[in-house]
Design a protein around this ligand. Structure first.
Ligand code: ZN
Length: 379
């Protein structure tokens, strides 16, 4: 039987776990993976220690394998504490409410929140996650992992365990504060923060910690590669299940009007949620897989702007949540920077500015309701 968490190779469908003798990666090539969980066998921790990896140890792939090899929960705690003992501490930051911006945007009964993951904490999070995975493998599966500094990449399953903890934290904040988020805006950047967030939120939802997925919006400057990919995948899917929405005319309208994108996103998400509607689910899976197989290995080798390695996870996350990618202009980015600059407690960073620019784009188009609870994730 598979452990409660495992990884599925996107292009070839191979199911991978670390039990095979290596970090979780596809044996057939440098293929991107998606993390999956068996929701019936896992429980989302409602309470727990402040250290994210201790609190969420029950969701870590390395812990699942160790438990199957006979480790007790107390031994897992010890192992994690030992693995991170000499690393800088990981502090998870809580939401802050940006009330000044709520006024600026005319958000009346809703709210605008910010979750900060600093560059430094994102790096520490990945490093801790990797060290924990390696420690468990060497002790409980007697595997010697030679690589000292595994680079973060979408072909190594442990990268997901580390990154997903950010999304689990957001879900835990929701359990504590009781505020349901309607939308989360994240700048794309190198995609690692966004990827962890998307996977973690998806799993928290599947484990019942969230009543619904907030709409996910990945935001990047106009002409960015992720928006183009999101559009290509959406068109592939629509041509299978909603040929009427796949017309060139509607697609051109979608470029200019977020409302059209929202309608398309809603119709796909409704299909994904209907248990009996396998047609949409199959079209989404096929659309993502076809995009992996048919596109050139590195379409933007010469470009400075690289697409995130986990683009398929980000695209799937947006489709499942009824969200969509947002392109923003330089003016919207400058305005976002000015606004964040004017607030003492707000982090001013490229990812935070992009996320806020996404809100500006939707709000100025009249496509963000004033009673919505929205959040930006800054880094
Ligand atoms: Zn593969």
């Amino acid at each position: 039987m598979l452990p409660p968490s495992y990884y599925v190779c996107v292009p070839c469908g191979t199911v991978v776990t670390a039990a095979g003798g290596d970090v979780p990666r596809c044996p057939r090539g440098p293929h991107p993976l998606l993390r999956e969980v068996d929701a019936g066998r896992l429980r989302f921790p409602e309470m727990g220690p402040a250290q994210p990896f201790l609190r969420f140890r029950g969701l870590l792939h390395a812990c699942h394998l160790a438990r199957e090899a006979g480790a007790t929960d107390a031994e897992c705690v010890e192992e994690i504490e030992r693995a991170v003992e000499f690393l800088p501490p990981l502090r998870s930051l809580r939401w802050s409410r940006l009330e000044i911006l709520e006024e600026v945007f005319g958000i009346e009964s809703g709210s605008l929140r910010c979750k900060s993951e600093t560059d430094e904490s994102a790096t520490i999070r990945r490093r801790q996650g990797w060290c924990i995975g390696r420690a468990f493998l060497s002790r409980w599966l007697a595997l010697a992992i030679e690589v000292a500094d595994e680079p973060p990449d979408a072909c190594n399953g442990f990268v997901f365990d580390a990154g997903a903890s950010l999304g689990w934290e957001l879900a835990a904040d929701r359990l504590r504060d009781g505020v349901d988020l309607h939308r989360v805006f994240v700048g794309v950047g190198d995609g690692l923060v966004a990827s962890g967030l998307v996977h973690g939120l998806r799993e928290a939802y599947r484990l019942g910690a969230l009543p619904r997925l907030p709409r996910l919006h990945l935001v990047e400057p106009a002409g960015g590669p992720l928006s183009a990919t999101f559009d290509q995948v959406s068109l592939r899917i629509l041509s299978q299940v909603h040929a009427d929405l796949a017309s060139q005319r509607i697609w051109e309208a979608a470029q200019s009007f977020p409302r059209v994108r929202q309608q398309i996103a809603d119709s796909l998400q409704a299909g994904l949620q209907r248990a009996a509607d396998d047609r949409v689910r199959t079209a989404v899976e096929q659309g993502l897989r076809a995009q992996v197989i048919e596109r050139p290995a590195d379409p933007d080798a010469a470009s400075l702007v690289r697409e995130p390695a986990d683009w398929f996870g980000l695209v799937r996350g947006m489709l499942e949540s009824g969200g969509f990618s947002i392109s923003v202009t330089d003016d919207q980015l400058s305005l976002a920077r000015e606004l964040l600059d004017s607030i003492d407690s707000a982090p001013v960073s490229p990812l935070g500015c992009a996320a806020l620019a996404g809100i500006i784009r939707l709000r100025t188009a009249g496509d963000l309701e004033t009673d919505e609870n929205v959040a930006i994730v800054a880094c």
